[in-house]
Design a protein around this ligand. Structure first.
Ligand SMILES: [Zn+2]
Length: 377
């Protein structure tokens, strides 16, 4: 394989790369006559970078051979799905785009965020917008097929094409059919396309299971179908394809779980927690209770406990009001939750992500086939 040996591709450059491909100044004016240049951004949720080394993904590896491939990308801390997908399409660290977790508490709004929350105040905290909106502002046309944030209005603007009443049950190949149809008939010049595997298999069976290997085969077939459809419409050599993911996956077990209540409830200082297992946020009810809660939590093993201001600079995470006063980060392979009541949520988990973004296991894959760099088969 003629792999690109660059050690890592920074996700943070991706938005700018997409805008570059979409701009009118690109030399390789491509795609359909109605649009100057097309980008198809595809995310396979939880596709850990080294899944490609198992000999189970011939279509992925062939695409990498024809285009270019980074060994992995360094994603953003925390290595969770919504925050990292939003980093992919905004080019911003989580402390800047404000989606600091799949679950968050905002002390200014005095509200809690969950995955179903589509109100713009959560998604444009600092006035940012995803690339599909930027594309439309520049006169382009966007389709967003299941990416997190697709159904959030930005100053009243939605992607021109999206699934209404999002449902995970839409078959992968149907998603590809729609993406290709919109590109082929010139309706759009940008598509963000999302597949929920291999993340689900990673959680359910772990990254080194036979079920994961079977799922990688399904992902490969999904990509093969997408490329076949592009070829059938005679646009495979006209679309700039970016293939990546939001995070990796590492094995876990419920037996390696830290429960914050075991350390904090004895202090008699009230608090509440925000779960992004294996990251836990602790919000003391009163600021003067921060120190005793912090000291109590520091007694736990297999976790790192930070006051907000102690969060390492390289995480680019501390500068947002939504980041809790105390942040607990589990060591790789461990989980951390607030209460033992949450045990049942995680008993079935064999794989997890969210950890320190410098861990190899958390890195996603990245490859692209842009028309300038395309190699002959
Ligand atoms: Zn996941």
């Amino acid at each position: 394989m003629d792999y690109n040996k660059s050690k890592a591709f920074k996700n943070l450059y991706l938005k700018f790369a997409i805008l570059y491909f979409l701009s009118d100044v690109v030399l390789f004016k491509a795609c359909y006559a109605k649009t100057p240049s097309c980008v198809l951004l595809v995310s396979f949720d939880g596709f850990r970078w080294d899944y490609l080394n198992r000999g189970l993904t011939p279509t992925f590896n062939n695409l990498a051979h024809q285009g270019s491939k980074a060994n992995y990308t360094i994603n953003a801390f925390i290595t969770k799905t919504f925050p990292n997908h939003y980093t992919l399409v905004t080019g911003l660290y989580e402390e800047s785009h404000g989606l600091t977790g799949n679950h968050m508490y905002d002390p200014i709004l005095n509200e809690t965020f969950g995955l179903q929350n589509l109100e713009p105040k959560w998604w444009s905290q600092n006035g940012q917008e995803p690339v599909w909106i930027t594309n439309q502002r520049q006169g382009g046309h966007s389709a967003v097929l299941d990416f997190p944030g697709m159904d959030v209005p930005f100053q009243g603007m939605f992607p021109e094409y999206q699934y209404i009443n999002y449902t995970e049950s839409i078959p992968f190949n149907d998603r590809s059919d729609l993406a290709v149809a919109l590109l082929a008939n010139g309706s759009v010049n940008f598509v963000a396309l999302y597949f929920s595997e291999p993340d689900k298999a990673g959680h359910m069976y772990g990254p080194f299971s036979k079920e994961m290997n079977e799922t990688l085969g399904i992902c490969d077939k999904t990509l093969e179908y997408l490329l076949d459809r592009l070829e059938a419409e005679d646009i495979l050599d006209k679309v700039n394809i970016i293939l990546t993911a939001d995070h990796g996956m590492t094995p876990v077990s419920i037996n390696k779980t830290i429960y914050a209540m075991d350390y904090l409830n004895g202090t008699a200082y009230p608090y509440f927690t925000v779960e992004n297992n294996p990251i836990l946020g602790i919000w003391p009810n009163k600021s003067e209770h921060l120190d005793p809660l912090y000291e109590a939590m520091k007694k736990a093993e297999h976790v790192k406990v930070y006051k907000k201001e102690e969060i390492p600079e390289q995480y680019h995470y501390k500068n947002n009001v939504r980041v809790p006063p105390i942040v607990v980060v589990a060591d790789e392979g461990w989980m951390v939750v607030g209460s033992r009541d949450f045990k049942t949520h995680y008993e079935w988990e064999k794989g997890m992500h969210g950890y320190n973004n410098s861990l190899l296991s958390m890195h996603p894959m990245f490859m692209s086939m842009v028309q300038l760099s395309r190699k002959e088969p």
